[in-house]
Design a protein around this ligand. Structure first.
Ligand code: ADP
Length: 279
């Protein structure tokens, strides 16, 4: 299909989804096969999943069940072998590599277990990086990164390098880097996997606030039931299929909110102010 036909099809799909009030994310019959012939392995065997705006979904399941493959698909990092992925009604599998990259930069933020920060680079510069890729001015980068760091409770820590920060603080920098572009969806792959229980709880509280206060849709892979307890919905993968999909009647964040807010969250409105200014 040529680029023009592709664009028209994309717009048509968007309009259709808008008119139908479709979900933010829709997977239909998603399959992923690695390798070929005798060595072929089906990591996803037909996934159907709808995710509404503002949801907080924990993806669980044993090792090898297809969680990472599903996250890579959802994050537009990899294309499925078959099936449809609609993001806001846009057929992701019909986008070119460049269009997918643009969708990723504009709408998705990523947080990983290992933080993935640049060493010997300040927190501020780490958070500015996605804005640099977007071609934002130095002044805009500076202001938005400061606001994002403040939103994750790291005002005053801008000049520190990862080595000068605790694991929990490093993950906060990574989250600031993920939200500085104001994504619609935050994809987190075992975000607390390298943290002790207290730091894990703080990170979950932060993710909960980003979801509950800022309305960011959160998709999180976790092995730990304690972390999944923060999600509004738990989807369990087994052997490349969805084995269960349940709403959590009482996400842990609802109870955490009744506790006094940590002082670092007082800075949260700074992100909104800067976001409004940048819009
Ligand atoms: P999980 O995240 O639940 O541990 P994955 O999605 O990483 O599961 O993997 C699902 C299955 O697909 C596993 O059996 C894994 O070995 C296989 N797999 C994942 N990536 C590749 C790859 N690049 N090539 C071949 N097999 C892969």
């Amino acid at each position: 299909m040529n680029a023009r036909a592709e664009t028209i099809e994309t717009i048509a799909a968007t309009a259709e989804a808008g008119a139908a009030g479709g979900p933010l994310i829709r997977l239909r019959g998603i399959r992923k096969t690695y390798g070929q012939g005798q060595a072929a392995f089906q990591a996803l065997k037909g996934i159907d999943l709808d995710i509404e705006r503002g949801d907080f979904v924990a993806i669980m399941g044993p090792s090898g069940s297809g969680k990472s493959t599903a996250m890579n698909t959802l994050g537009c990092l990899d294309v499925p072998s078959a099936g449809d992925y609609l993001f806001r009604g846009i057929a992701v599998q019909k986008l070119s590599r460049d269009q997918r990259a643009r969708l990723r930069r504009k709408s998705l933020g990523f947080v990983f277990q290992g933080f993935n920060l640049l060493a010997r680079t300040s927190a501020q510069e780490n958070v500015e990086l996605p804005l640099l890729y977007r071609g934002e001015s130095a002044a805009a980068r500076h202001e938005q990164a400061r606001a994002a760091l403040a939103a994750v409770g790291l005002a005053g820590w801008e000049s520190h390098t990862p080595a000068e920060l605790s694991g929990g603080q490093q993950q906060r920098v990574a989250i600031a880097r993920a939200i500085v572009t104001r994504p619609e969806v935050l994809l987190a792959d075992e975000p607390t996997g390298n943290l002790d229980s207290q730091r894990s709880r703080e990170i979950m509280q932060l993710l909960w606030q980003l979801n509950d206060v800022h309305g960011i849709t959160v998709l999180m892979v976790t092995h730990e039931p304690d972390m999944a307890a923060w999600a509004r919905r738990v989807v369990r993968f087994v052997d490349g299929r969805i084995a269960s999909d349940r709403r959590n009647p009482r996400p842990a964040g609802l109870d955490a909110q009744t506790a006094p807010a940590a002082p670092e969250f007082d800075d949260t409105p700074a992100l909104e102010a800067s976001a409004a200014g940048a819009a």
